[in-house]
Design a binder for this molecule. Structure first.
Ligand code: HEC
Ligand code: HEC
Length: 451
């Protein structure tokens, strides 16, 4: 009799304890702590540069921040008038700032552009790509938002140019537009120096575990030389010089050593010789002899990686636990914490640990994230594992900037297959994340915002 009573008592106590812990759980929900305050842990030059390399970094920084106008070759179609405008948060070289400069540039200096409705003052900087052409074949290319028609700035006048903007409303109505936000360029010189064999060895590591969780991934190899491309949301570009040449041409409309002819050659809308910017085109000696795209590349190549915080947000203990949760759940199977550079010519980039949190492979991410755009070897539903370093000071997440909330960004990794796209490779890992207690999730989120 007495024995049963005690058992009953224990059962009742156990049950009520469970109830209490459930109430605590219901009250406490893990939340994204938000953009980490304090000074920007990014923006300076990497340690160990020679005086000459420091000079190239400084010359590159100046050009990266420079605003170009009509007389320097801006347009005829463009998305913005400086690299800095899109790569600004939390310091020069970063990603989308809190206030979108594309709103002001639309009508600056008398230009008559309408701001497309996917561009808002407090939304992310965006470039637009069209999925398909009118004839039903794949497009995938960048369609610039603005034209220079009517713009008269300090460097030149496009008053005589009459080209018109793309009709984005019509394309949106056909569900034919996808968006990309800027990726940050901190530490990219180190990423450039990771040998292909380091990427493939990391891909082969933990093979059984990856297979059990449905994670494969593959390198986006350059179609001509067969080596691994690694920059951009789909790892579509091989080098910083190539990205610089392409960005100068595509985002700003300025032709250069790598892209010699204009994207839009309408005769009445050209106000500089072609290519617009060239080597030895600036008069001065030394670094001034270099063309802008080389200088942009040097700036980014020597730009230091972001410095993580040891204690903010949530304290060192929580961040430390979060790092373990990140590994335990399996995030690190795609977001590889560290890869190593090889025998780089620049000493500051040689045999360095690169704490990028990416395997630099593209993965099938399911219909929820798929944008139906093919770039090189990357398919319509594949994306490069986004490097997570510097995450704590980023405002917008995922390739199209659809959210500012880390929890949403994580949940968006999960989607089942449809007729058109297979299921996301991240599904099993995200199920493991969902099974965590709220306190563990909070540790993980604190860890991510400390990066
Ligand atoms: C209108 C905004 C805009 C401007 C201006 C701009 N970028 Fe970007 N940048 C982007 C976007 C968007 C991406 C991601 C593109 C993608 O992968 O589809 C990007 C990506 C990059 C990357 C790839 C980094 C990585 O690791 O993935 C580099 C490098 C880069 N930009 C350099 C430049 C340089 C140099 C300039 C100036 C010539 C410039 N950008 C101007 C929007 C911009
Ligand atoms: C199968 C590989 C894979 C796994 C597993 C994975 N990720 Fe990702 N992650 C990606 C890819 C690919 C992207 C870019 C997706 C996009 O932008 O469409 C990404 C993007 C992100 C972003 C947004 C970064 C940015 O720059 O916008 C965050 C945050 C993130 N992952 C966190 C996590 C966390 C936390 C986990 C574990 C719970 C995880 N990921 C598991 C592949 C993976």
């Amino acid at each position: 009799m007495r024995g049963t009573n005690i058992k009953l008592l224990i059962a009742v106590i156990a049950l009520s304890l469970l109830g209490i812990s459930e109430t605590i759980q219901a009250q406490f929900r893990a939340r994204d702590p938000g953009v980490r305050g304090g000074s920007a842990g990014a923006g300076g030059a990497i340690e160990g540069l020679t005086a000459e390399e420091q000079g190239l970094f400084a010359a590159g920084l100046e050009d990266f921040e420079e605003v170009d106008g009509v007389g320097e070759g801006l347009g005829p179609r463009f998305n913005l008038d400086s690299c800095l405008g899109c790569h600004a948060q939390p310091a020069t070289g970063g990603t989308s700032p809190a206030v979108n400069p594309q709103v002001a540039v639309a009508t600056a200096f008398g230009a008559r552009n309408v701001v497309p409705r996917f561009i808002t003052p407090d939304g992310p900087v965006r470039e637009a790509r069209f999925r398909y052409k009118a004839d039903g074949t794949r497009d995938g290319g960048v369609h610039a938002l603005f034209v220079i028609s009517g713009r008269v700035d300090e460097s030149g006048s496009a008053a005589a140019c009459g080209i018109e903007q793309e009709n984005f409303d019509a394309q949106l109505g056909r569900n034919n537009v996808i968006f990309r936000i800027p990726t940050p360029t901190f530490g990219v010189g180190l990423i450039e120096q990771i040998p292909d064999r380091v990427i493939t060895a990391n891909q082969a590591a933990a093979f059984l575990l990856k297979r059990a969780l449905g994670i494969t991934g593959r390198a986006n190899r350059n179609g001509n030389d067969g080596t691994i491309a690694r920059f951009g949301w789909k790892a579509q570009n091989k080098s910083l010089l190539l990205f610089s040449g392409e960005a100068y041409n595509v985002e700003m409309g300025i032709t250069n050593e790598l892209f010699q002819t204009e994207r839009d050659e309408t005769p009445g809308c050209q106000f500089a010789t072609v290519p617009n910017n060239v080597t030895a085109g600036n008069g001065g000696g030394g670094a001034e002899t270099l063309s802008a795209i080389e200088k942009f590349s040097f700036f980014m190549r020597f730009l230091a990686p972001p410095i993580p915080s040891a204690s903010t947000p949530g304290g060192a203990l929580s961040i430390g636990r979060g790092r373990q949760v990140f590994a335990f759940v399996g995030c690190g199977l795609c977001h590889t914490p560290t890869l190593r550079t090889g025998n780089a010519t620049v000493a500051a980039l040689r045999y360095q640990n690169v704490n990028l949190y990416s395997d630099l492979l593209v993965h099938q991410m399911g219909p929820g994230l798929a944008d139906d755009v093919v770039q090189g070897g990357a398919g319509p539903d594949e994306f490069r594992t986004a490097p997570l370093w510097g995450l704590g000071q980023r405002i917008f997440f995922l390739h199209d900037g659809r959210t500012t909330d880390l929890v949403d960004a994580i949940q968006a990794h999960r989607s089942g297959g449809t007729l058109k796209f297979g299921p996301s490779e991240a599904n099993a890992v995200i199920d493991r994340y969902r099974a965590l207690g709220e306190a563990e999730k909070q540790d993980l989120l604190n860890f991510l915002r400390a990066l």
